[in-house]
Design a protein around this ligand. Structure first.
Ligand SMILES: [Zn+2]
Ligand SMILES: [Zn+2]
Length: 291
């Protein structure tokens, strides 16, 4: 604010201000934006994602907000600004859900497993399948800790006791895949025996193999690993018992692996060009390794 002193001649005969001119000894206070701008040095804040530079004294602004610098969403997080960490939207939708599939098996329950007999693939047999003994741990007496990873263990069991199985045996087939990057139009993955051996320092688990295409966790691709072993395959009376033990090594906290049972006859279309959509149908069982 600026104060201007006027010294004018005596105009006592007129009331002060009558002609809008200041009288003797009047102090005139000039106020307003122009005056204010002229009288201080702006103290600018730094512009940020949302706000331009702002003067702390008068509130004037200069320039534009810088705008967020977004890092793309991934399957675990929405997109996030690398400067202010504001988030926007949702994580990427999991492929398994996008394509209309649903997890339909929980641990320690039995579900009908529809497949075909071993000797006559035109005959159906229905077993009882279960996913059980699911556990997640960093290490145990057999399996060493691996930096950044955890072990996920699961057993699959199927029993068959119908006449068709008794006469002709049963084809049991299971698979595993990634919940988040599942694409039914993709070619089916390799068989377990075709996967490359895993070489992980400090881990001695015969049969541990690279599990398939990498999984994506918080936007980063990681290899994961798998060991699969039939630990039971025998008849007791007229009942066939089959048990497989699966041991996965995945990034710590990862919850996207799915294990499935499906009908062996679904393999029976054109060999070579099979996709995951050929494997799975409404009778398939899906269990997600998620705590
Ligand atoms: Zn200012
Ligand atoms: Zn920001």
């Amino acid at each position: 604010m600026m104060v201007i002193l006027f010294s004018a001649c005596n105009r006592a005969d007129e009331p002060p201000g009558a002609d809008n001119r200041p009288g003797p000894g009047d102090e005139l206070l000039l106020d307003g934006e122009d005056t204010a701008v002229a009288t201080h040095i702006h103290i600018w804040s730094e512009a940020d994602c949302r706000e331009p530079a702002i003067c702390a004294v008068c509130g004037a602004t200069e320039g534009s907000p810088l705008g967020h610098i977004w890092i793309s969403a991934n399957f675990q997080e929405p997109r996030i600004c690398s400067v202010c960490f504001e988030t926007d939207g949702s994580p990427l939708p999991p492929g398994f859900e996008v394509h209309g599939y649903a997890i339909n098996a929980a641990s320690d329950s039995y579900y009908p497993h529809i497949t075909v007999t071993y000797e006559n693939p035109s005959l159906i047999t229905t077993g009882q399948a279960s996913f059980y003994d699911f556990s997640v741990f960093e290490s145990d007496e057999d399996l060493a800790a691996v930096d950044g990873y955890e072990w996920q263990k699961l057993r699959l069991r199927v029993t068959y006791d119908d006449d068709n199985a008794w006469r002709y045996g049963a084809w049991t087939i299971y698979s595993w895949f990634d919940y988040y990057q599942f694409d039914p139009s993709a070619p089916v993955g390799k068989l377990y025996n075709e996967l490359p051996d895993a070489r992980i320092p400090g881990v001695d688990l015969p049969g541990l193999r690279v599990g398939g295409d990498p999984v994506n966790f918080y936007g980063i691709d990681y290899e994961y690993y798998l060991s699969a072993e039939w630990i039971r395959n025998e008849w007791v009376g007229r009942t066939l018992y089959q048990v497989v033990e699966l041991v996965f090594l995945v990034p710590a906290g990862y919850d996207g692996l799915v294990v499935a049972f499906f009908n062996y006859s679904n393999l029976d279309s054109d060999s070579g060009g099979l996709t995951k959509a050929d494997y799975y149908d409404e009778d398939s069982l899906f269990f997600r390794l998620k705590q």
